[in-house]
Design a protein. Structure first.
Length: 255
């Protein structure tokens, strides 16, 4: 089969997190133009996107980071609906420039068991979609869990699918050109020994949600070439897709 790339369109890459329900269609469309060219040249993709300013405000308002009681079910409904709405917007943008996106509702094919993502359909179904020349697209979602409901992040899905499918490369796309040091320079290579824990990081800007992404990316690097790039850095993205080292971006390496 042609080379497979798994790509995560982070929430900050597809929306302005300071403005609820804002959609960066221009960035998504420019990325789509590149992917369309690479797709016609034989590359195959699985896309995953975050919730950005669509899902996060609702999930926060209803406290969905931890499911406790019935009153949160309206939040589950609203979060699921707005994520589906965002997925459709991205699908329409990319399909309009020639990409055969096949959107999948993550909550219908994933659950969380014992705190870990559990894929209900098996990876062969995704591979059959790819073999039929479509581009499966999933997203972070509210899914059934042992607690009732839990949020599965796009980063969780990246790690799960990457470890199963062993793609040629996995790319996390954000609104910044990579992990930055204290001087604002891109850290070109990052290993687990570079980042011991949040409290011990002084020279690298990885805190909060980014710290979790870094840990997922370092684990993913055991199975596939793994990078964090800006969605607007089309040159670097193209280089990674074609097996080259990018001009910018951060590459994650296992120790």
């Amino acid at each position: 089969m042609s080379k497979l790339i798994i790509m995560k369109l982070g929430g900050s890459a597809i929306s302005d997190k300071s403005r609820p329900l804002s959609y960066r269609e221009d960035w998504v469309r420019r990325l789509g133009t590149l992917l369309s060219r690479e797709f016609r040249s034989g590359s195959r993709f699985i896309l995953i996107h975050g919730g950005g300013s669509f899902a996060h405000p609702i999930a926060l308002a209803y406290g969905l980071s931890r499911y406790r009681d019935y009153d949160q079910l309206i939040g589950v409904s609203l979060t699921s609906a707005v994520l589906n709405y965002l997925s459709m917007k991205i699908t329409l943008t990319l399909a309009s420039i020639g990409l055969p996106i096949y959107p999948l509702r993550t909550g219908s094919i994933y659950v969380i068991k014992d705190g870990k993502p559990h894929l209900l359909i098996g990876p062969t179904h995704l591979m059959e979609l790819i073999e039929r020349n479509t581009i499966p697209m999933l997203y972070g979602d509210v899914v059934i869990s042992d607690e009732g409901f839990s949020i599965i992040s796009g980063d969780d899905i990246m790690l799960d699918l990457g470890s199963r499918l062993r793609p040629s490369a996995s790319i996390f796309l954000t609104d910044v050109p990579g992990i930055l040091d204290s001087n604002g320079n891109i850290v070109k290579r990052l290993t687990r020994s570079s980042v011991i824990n949040e409290k011990d990081v002084h020279h690298i800007d990885v805190t909060g949600g980014l710290m979790r992404k870094v840990k997922s990316a370092l684990e993913l690097a055991r199975y596939t070439r793994t990078y964090l790039c800006a969605i607007w850095d089309l040159e670097s993205i193209s280089m990674i897709v074609n097996g080259e080292e990018p001009v910018r971006c951060t590459r994650f390496l296992p120790d």
